[in-house]
Design a protein around this ligand. Structure first.
Ligand code: ATP
Ligand code: MG
Length: 230
């Protein structure tokens, strides 16, 4: 099998109709390989969240094809879309949405069960991730008792729990200061590499750029790719 986990072929996206029509993405071609970490940048309103939502099968492109593990995603088939999202994708959003009435451990268990993981696998996997992400002491606590950085580490654990082959993060550090933000991004990069997942992170913080394998810069609907020299 090819190492291209995710492929965008001629993906365009526009919103609205007629005079109101706004073209956000114009024939975007991209490939994402196993273990490859990309950072997505561009001005506000340039289409970063739009592209990430298409990659995450949350939004259908107007034209073009999204291919995951050599299979074209059928955006019309809602049940197969849900299945792809559940099995193959991990999301991290700007504000980690944890269930406030459950402990951190319970939050992780509920999420894992929803993805269909087996009970003994869930237990082991949570243990491993909370150790790696230094969250063991946080496991019995409630989300409101955690700092922003700790909550984002829980969000990373949750996104990786079911071993997704694609991990997408939309401004995961926006609510954090530089030091905490950098720590969270480094952990996310480490974990994605260990798991050999495709990682795509949206950020406005140019200081993060050297941490990634490559930079995807969107402007006027066009995505330019720049490899980072390491
Ligand atoms: N559901 C929608 N309906 C209509 N227009 C939309 C919709 N979602 C986004 N847009 C428009 O598409 C463009 C791209 O939006 P998008 O959210 O992808 O930008 P972004 O790069 O993520 O911006 P930011 O950095 O501010 O988060 C914007 O002009 C926005 O107004
Ligand atoms: Mg956005």
């Amino acid at each position: 099998m090819s190492s291209d986990v995710l492929v965008c072929q001629g993906i365009s996206k526009s919103y609205g109709e007629g005079e109101q029509k706004e073209q956000v993405l114009s024939r975007v071609d991209l490939t994402f390989q196993k273990g490859q970490a990309s950072v997505l940048i561009g001005p506000s309103g340039s289409g970063k969240t739009t592209l990430l939502s298409i990659l995450g099968c949350l939004l259908a492109p107007s034209e073009g094809e999204l291919i995951i593990n050599s299979e074209a995603v059928n955006f019309k088939d809602k049940s197969s879309l849900t299945e792809v999202r559940r099995l193959k994708l991990g999301f991290i959003f700007q504000h980690a949405q944890l269930l406030p009435f459950l402990t951190i451990k319970e939050n992780l268990v509920v999420f894992a069960r929803n993805t269909g993981m087996q009970a003994d696998d869930i237990e082991q996997r949570i243990q491993l991730l909370i150790e790696r992400l230094q969250l063991v002491a946080m496991a019995p606590k409630f989300p409101s008792q955690l700092s922003g950085g700790q909550r984002q580490r829980v969000a990373i654990a949750r996104a990786l729990l079911h071993r997704p082959s694609i991990v997408l993060a939309d401004e995961p550090t926006a609510a954090l200061d530089w030091h905490n933000g950098q720590t969270v991004v480094e952990l996310l990069l480490d974990q994605a590499r260990v798991e050999q997942a495709v990682l795509v992170v949206v950020t406005h913080d140019v200081r993060m750029l050297p941490l990634f394998d490559r930079i995807l810069a969107i402007e006027n609907g066009i995505v330019q790719v720049k490899q980072n020299v390491k």
